[in-house]
Design a protein around this ligand. Structure first.
Ligand code: CO
Length: 134
């Protein structure tokens, strides 16, 4: 069912410092920061040959990554995003098999303008999973 690894998201306390580390030390192609108020994050995209890394910094009062950074003050891997061909079919199959879809279960528009859903980390080896319509 799942296809490509679309991105690995890393929550960071200091986006400028994280972007500089990927750009200057790792020599990666790093985008300008983009504020996504509806997602409560500011994001920088690191483009690799085979996938992307998203560096996420909290934005606003109730950022969904605030608790994660409180537990991981230096930052850390926050979620993995897998592509699926049909997000509704994927959701229905996951729910039918007992996997927990976060929120109201309806896809939201993600950072790339495509529908996304998040799956409970306890159902996927302790890792928050995002699925994105390919
Ligand atoms: Co993501």
């Amino acid at each position: 069912m799942i296809g490509r690894l679309n991105h690995v998201a890393i929550a960071v306390p200091d986006l400028a410092a994280a972007a500089a580390r990927y750009r200057d030390l790792l020599g990666a192609k790093v985008s300008a920061p983009e504020a996504l108020p509806e997602h409560g994050v500011t994001v920088v995209f690191v483009t690799l040959a085979n996938t992307k890394i998203e560096l996420l910094e909290p934005l606003g009062e109730d950022s969904p990554i605030a608790n994660f950074l409180a537990r991981n003050p230096a930052g850390g891997v926050h979620h993995l995003c897998y592509e699926v061909d049909d997000i509704i079919a994927a959701r229905d199959r996951l729910k039918a098999e007992g996997a927990r879809v976060l929120g109201d279960g309806e896809p939201r528009t993600g950072a790339h303008g495509k529908p996304v859903l998040f799956l409970h980390p306890k159902d996927f080896c302790g890792t928050l999973i995002e699925i994105e319509q390919a």
